[in-house]
Structure formats: C-alpha cells, structure tokens
Design a protein around this ligand. Structure first.
Ligand code: DLL
Length: 432
C-alpha cells in the first residue's frame, strides 16, 4: 500500500515540473519575507525571476546551521508569529539550540510525510505503535505521533525512558510497532533479557528507527534480538523533523519526500554537485514550508542518491543509509575514520556486545584512538588469556580496516552509558 500514490509514484518529468513550480514560489516568498535571504540574493546580484526551475537550483545561496544560530531564535521565519503554531528545537552539542517553527499547513505537511513513511514501512491502521522517541522540543515524539494518528494506528505516546515500564506496556498493550532510536532499541532488548521477557512472546512486528547513524550490521543485530523488521527513518528539525525520508519494505535506501524537500549531494570542500552514485553531503531545499523555508540547507550528513526504480513502485529518489556526518568524521593521524566503520567490524565479528565507545586523545603530539567494547561477564571470570586473545583479534580487525593502530579495551557489561535518545559514540579529548 502506498499512502499517496499520486505524489509518491510520479514520473521524473512530472516531479521536475512540480518541484520547479514550488521552487519558484518559495524563492519569491523568501525574497520578500526573509531579509536574510533577500540580502544574500542581492549580494549575489540575483532576483527571484532568475530562478526558472530546478535547473537553476545551484544558483541559489547555501544555508548553514550557523545562519540559523546567527538569526536566533526566529530571524529566518517567513511568516508573522501569529501564523506560527508550533516551535521545536534541537539541542546540538554547542551553544544555543536551533529553533524551528511550523504554520498550520506545515504541521499538516509534516503529518502527511510521516504517514507516507509509516505506510512504506508497513504500518497500518490496525497497528499499535509505541512511540518511545522523546516528546517535547525534540521533533521525534510529536512528529511520529501526528503521522501515526494520520495513518489511524493506535498510538501509545510513552516518550523515551523508563525502560522497564516500556517493556511492561509493550507486553500488556501488545504493541506491534516500536519507534525509537536504534541504540535505545538495543537497550530495550538488553533490559528484556534481564527481566526474563522473551521478545518472541511480544507482538512487535516493525521498528521505526532513526535520529542517529546506524549500520547494516546493527540492523541485523536489532532484527534478530527483537524479532521485528527494522526500518530506517531519517530527518532533521531544520527541514521538518522525522519524515524527510524513510525506507520501504525493500530496505534498500530511504525514499525522500522530494515533492516537499529537494535533495542535492555536494562535495563539502568545493560545494560542487557530485555525480550520481557518489558520496556527498546532503543538501535540502524546502519547497512547501511556510514558517521556515530553507534554501540549500547543508545537513553535514553524508550519503549517496539513487534515481533508479525501486520495486515497491515509488519513484521518489532514494538516499543510502547515512554514512555518518562530515563533522563526526574523526581525523586520526591524518586518516579519516567514521565511527560506523568500527561498528561494522565489531558487529560483524559478533563476539562482543553491541555497545562501544571511541576515545580519541593526543598524547605527546600523537593522536590516539582507544576502542572500548563491552563483552560478556564470563570473560572476566574466565582465564585472562581468553580476554587477551579476543582483544588482540579485535585490534587486528580494526587496524586492518582503518589502517591505523588502535588500543582496544574490553569492558564489563553496562560500563558504557546507555541512552534513551541519541547515543554518544565518541569522546574526543583533543578538543578539551
Ligand atoms: O533526529 C529527527 C528524527 C527524529 C529523525 C526521529 C528520525 C527519527 P535532529 O535532532 O535535528 O532531528 O537531528 C538531525 O540526526 O542531520 C542526522 O545527522 C541524524 N539523523 C537523523 N535520522 C538519521 C538516520 C532528528 N536515520 C540529525 N540515520 C541529522 C542517520 C540520522 N542519521
């Protein structure tokens, strides 16, 4: 079943026509309503009339998170506050939060795109969805909530945390769909084990997991532990929240709701568009948003776009599972390292727990990388030799993947902090 067959299955020509029309309207609107964009365009010697369709998209200025910060809190809004129905914010790691606003129409659009995602994931009106993303300023909880209501599923707005209660409710209310971060899904699985709850006896069928990067190996782990189909959902507050893109049941790339958000992938250094099939930084232009329209917003997320057909029938362009963020990329002794590479190695080996932490430091002017991995308690009561040989094996595997030397520290279960939201995988002491 496809939620909105008309918009999700358009021919490329129809899509380009629709995107072009909406892009021109958006440019016109921001030029007249957002001084920041008017100034930027004037500085570039541009007028709205210069943009005739998406072929002119790359003439437009980029927008960055810094621009949102500089205009904190409402400076980039394109409607008066009387038209703003909702505010959300993302905390970020440094400084002020990024504030986003929604008009009545924006909330409707958001519900529509999340409903499309849920439907693509196989969620139907007879499902019971447990929403364990945080409710509040974070967009995860309320975003999934409105979309689920639109689909007509039964919503359990439990929010994040209170892990034992989550499991009790999941069992008693027979939740069929679980929506939370992938790391929290693993934490739930671990807690079930401790409580003696067998996931096979639960009714879970589908997981709607996102808000942080996770690998294919992590997907397999979660699917086998929780006995459900793990679907990847992507989004960011600045663009709308969850619902920018989502996998269909093929689990082969996330369909982008491109009739609302036009994607591009660029080389983050040269800002040039990368060729199809190449990794680039994802950039979005919103073309239906009223309260906070953004031109060419640089997400920092790295992915590959695919325009070929998907067997599900949707023609919406697909993005590969995010490879991480350009600002999550660690440069260790000159080598680029993504936490996801280490996650893949560890989960592929399958001899540890899926909980890890990377500690980067600089000692005597030399970068060091220490990988903490949790292993079964039994390793600590066994002969020390077993611990040493596992640690040597992991060290070897990681070193041959990354090409740099690392230190591996095997730690007892629960040493690494669990989170109910986005996990923190890296501690970089070099910046301190
Ligand atoms: O995380 C919105 C969201 C909520 C998406 C619930 C999915 C589910 P922010 O807090 O603004 O919004 O964070 C956005 O999180 O730029 C990515 O770096 C990362 N991210 C979100 N979804 C995924 C995903 C929400 N599926 C930032 N895979 C984005 C990888 C993701 N990274």
């Amino acid at each position: 079943m496809i939620w909105n067959e008309y918009n999700e299955c358009m021919s490329r020509e129809e899509m380009i026509k629709l995107q072009s029309k909406r892009l021109c309207e958006t440019v016109e609107r921001v030029y007249h309503n957002v001084p920041f964009y008017r100034k930027k365009m004037q500085e570039m010697g541009m007028e709205p009339g210069d943009i005739r369709g998406i072929e002119d998209l790359n003439k437009l200025p980029f927008t960055t998170k810094q621009d949102l910060r500089d205009n904190y809190p409402f400076g980039l809004f394109a409607v008066p506050m009387s038209e703003v129905m909702r505010l959300h914010a993302s905390s970020g790691t440094t400084g002020k939060p990024t504030v986003v606003g929604y008009s009545r129409k924006d909330i409707t659009t958001w519900s529509e795109v999340v409903a499309r995602c849920l439907c693509a994931a196989g969620v139907r009106k007879n499902d019971v969805i447990q929403i364990a993303y945080g409710y509040g300023l974070f967009t995860g909880g309320l975003g999934l909530h409105y979309g689920s209501e639109k689909v007509g599923a039964t919503v359990i707005p439990i929010s994040g945390g209170n892990t034992q209660k989550q499991i009790q409710i999941m069992r008693d209310f027979k939740s069929t769909v679980l929506a939370c971060t992938p790391s929290y899904a693993l934490y739930l699985a671990e807690t079930m084990e401790e409580m003696g709850v067998d996931p096979k006896e639960l009714s879970l069928r589908v997981g709607i997991f996102g808000a942080e990067p996770w690998t294919e190996e992590m997907r397999k782990k979660i699917e086998s532990k929780l006995h459900l189909k793990a679907i990847d959902i992507f989004g960011l507050s600045e663009i709308v929240g969850p619902g920018v893109s989502c996998e269909c049941e093929m689990q082969n790339g996330l369909h982008i709701n491109e009739d609302h958000f036009i994607p591009e992938t660029i080389n983050p250094d040269t800002l040039e568009t990368v060729s199809e099939g190449e990794v680039g930084e994802l950039v979005f232009t919103t073309i239906t948003k009223e309260a906070l329209p953004l031109l060419r917003y640089r997400t920092r997320d790295l992915t590959v776009l695919h325009y070929d057909n998907c067997p599900c029938g949707r023609t919406l362009v697909r993005m590969e599972k995010c490879k991480g963020r350009s600002d999550d990329m660690l440069i260790i002794r000159g080598v680029n390292v993504f936490p996801s590479q280490i996650e893949s190695v560890l989960l592929n080996m399958g001899e540890t727990k899926p909980h890890y932490l990377l500690i980067v430091d600089r000692i005597n002017n030399l970068d060091t990388l220490e990988v903490w991995v949790e292993v079964d308690e039994i390793f600590f009561s066994d002969e020390i030799r077993n611990l040493e040989s596992l640690s040597a094996k992991i060290k070897h595997q990681i070193e041959s993947t990354l090409g740099i030397s690392v230190k591996v520290k095997l730690v007892e279960p629960k040493t690494i902090e669990r989170t109910e939201g986005k996990s923190k995988r890296v501690i970089d002491r070099r910046k301190l």
